[in-house]
Structure formats: structure tokens, C-alpha cells
Write a protein that binds this ligand. Sequence first.
Ligand SMILES: NC(=O)c1ccc[n+]([C@@H]2O[C@H](COP(=O)([O-])OP(=O)(O)OC[C@H]3O[C@@H](n4cnc5c(N)ncnc54)[C@H](O)[C@@H]3O)[C@@H](O)[C@H]2O)c1
Length: 310
Amino acid sequence: MPSIAIVGAGLIGRSWATVFARGGWDVRLTDPSAETLAAAPGLIRRALEELAEYQLVEDVDAAAARVSVASSPAEAVQGVDFVQENGPEDLEAKRRIFAELDAAAPPHAILASSTSAIVASLFTEELKGRARCLVAHPVNPPHLVPIVELCGAPWTAPEVIETARRFYESVGQAPITVHREIEGFVLNRLQVALLSEAFRLVGEGIVSPTDLDKTVAEGLGLRWSFMGPFQTIELNAPGGIPDYCARYTPFFRRYMADRPSATVWDQANIDRVMAAWNRSPSREEIAERTAWRDRRLTALKAHKKSQPDT
Ligand SMILES: NC(=O)c1ccc[n+]([C@@H]2O[C@H](COP(=O)([O-])OP(=O)(O)OC[C@H]3O[C@@H](n4cnc5c(N)ncnc54)[C@H](O)[C@@H]3O)[C@@H](O)[C@H]2O)c1
């Protein structure tokens, strides 16, 4: 089995450790915060136990035993095949961390960053091993949401992307390839399109935020939990996608002339949305809701696993 170093053991790093330990890999974790590093193995075990409640991991003890901690990135990467970086979302930090990883990791090891929005060319250009670096952007938390967006810099070797793709598939993730660097990759560009319209509709008083959420949770989202927008529209007209476009694009064209502008993100509109939302949960309440979300996601993951793809 290959082995992985997880560099940065915060929210995302711990979840990646859960993914790879569940998948049978040896996992070495590191984080500059001694407190974070000390807490990580226990939190990973708890995540594995929650997965086991839905038969999503076979042997919790064996998976947890595959996780060890290292006191520095240089120590963590000794002998590994793959590195997943999950440090702060800050360009200078990514540059420093990648320089250290490139100097210390074995030559064959692939170096992947979990960055949400910083393209790899911005922090790998000067590296000797820049051909082995890429972005592998997960969604929080990757042990429950399998998508991972793979996006190389112009100098990333194609076989590095292919090998990374195989690694993620082998541990149950769902990688996609983004062929060219673009801000926000794919997932966050889709998300921002939806959020911008949501902030416009609520800001203009056309719908309440609760009813807008219902439109996704009880409408669009039900299909989207197992099929994408292209698969969806193919079934929304008897003649498939060309028929759908012939029927509905006149409205879509009018919409494009009137789509939300950047002003939906002005503070005045955010204030309007917050007034309509009318809630300000404490950190404890947010943590409780997050645990609830993760239980629902685990149940959904188990359900999806039980269903045939076609
Ligand atoms: N939280 C999300 O929803 C989400 C989703 C996708 C991607 N990401 C990306 O994942 C990365 C980590 O995000 P997070 O949410 O886990 O943040 P986090 O704050 O929970 O964790 C970051 C960790 O990095 C550690 N760290 C600080 N300096 C470091 C260094 N020099 N080397 C290694 N580790 C260092 C911190 O101690 C901390 O434990 C970011 O790049 C973020 O954009 C986050």
C-alpha cells in the first residue's frame, strides 16, 4: 500500500487523513500547532467510528492504527508516495510550505495542495520539482463528500495528474480534471453563480432566505445529489439537451442581460440578507449544526453506496 504525508492537520487535513486511513494507506500527519497535532488522532478515530455506524469503514481499529504523527513536514514526508498539503489559505504560506516539501520529499512523491482558490502556478514556479505539483481541491469534509478537483500548473506533468487521479479513486474519492488554471476551479464557480442569484433574490425581497433554501433542499438539490445539471436537463425535454435548449433558452438569454452584478456582495446587500435571515448562531450552535450536517451526509453517503449508478 502507498503512504501519504498530511501537512496541516486542521479541518481538511484531519478529514483527508480519515479518507486515506480508511482506504488502507499509512498516514503521517504533521502540524506546527502541537495542540492541533495532539488532538488529531482522536478526532480521526471519532470520524472513523461515525463512518462505521453506516458500514462505511470495515475496521476502525486497523484504520486508526495506520495514522501516526510527525514533528515536522521534513519528517512526515520521509519515504512517502504522496503529500496532501492543508496549511493556511495564504500565498506566502503555500510558497514556503511547498519549497520545504519539494526539498524534503522523495523524488517520486506527488505534492498536492488542498487550496480552495490559489492556482498551483503561483506557488510552484521556482521549484526544482514543479512538474510533480498540483492542486487537489476537496470539499469540506472530504471523508463525506468525495469530489476532488485536480488542476495542474502549465508545467505539471500529465502523468502526475493521472497518478493522482488513480490514488484518489483507489480510496473512494471522485476526482475530476480541470484542464486549465482558472480562479475558483469548477465547483466554486458553480457555487458563486448560485449564491450571487440567491443574494440578489433575497436582497430584492423577492423570496425569504428560508424559502430560497427550501427551493434547493426540496427541489434542485434532490436531483443534484446523484446527477449533474447536464444529466438533469437531458431528462427535462423529450428530445434531450438540444430540445431543452430550444424550449428554454429564450428566457435564459433574457436572464443573461439581467444577471446579478458584483453589487450583490456590497455590505448594504449583505446587511439586507442578514436582516431577512434574522439569526446569528453562536459558535457552539454552529458546531452542533455541523455535527448534524455530517450525520445527514454520512447517511446519504451510505444510501448512495447502496444504489446502482445506472
Ligand atoms: N474549510 C474548507 O471548507 C475548505 C474546503 C476546501 C479546501 N480548503 C483548503 O484547505 C486548506 C486548509 O484549510 P482548513 O479549513 O483545514 O484550515 P484550518 O485552519 O482548519 O487548518 C489549517 C492548519 O494549518 C496549520 N498550519 C499553519 N501553518 C502551517 C505550516 N507552515 N505548515 C503546515 N501547516 C500549517 C494550522 O496549524 C492549522 O492546523 C486551505 O488551503 C483551505 O483553503 C478548505
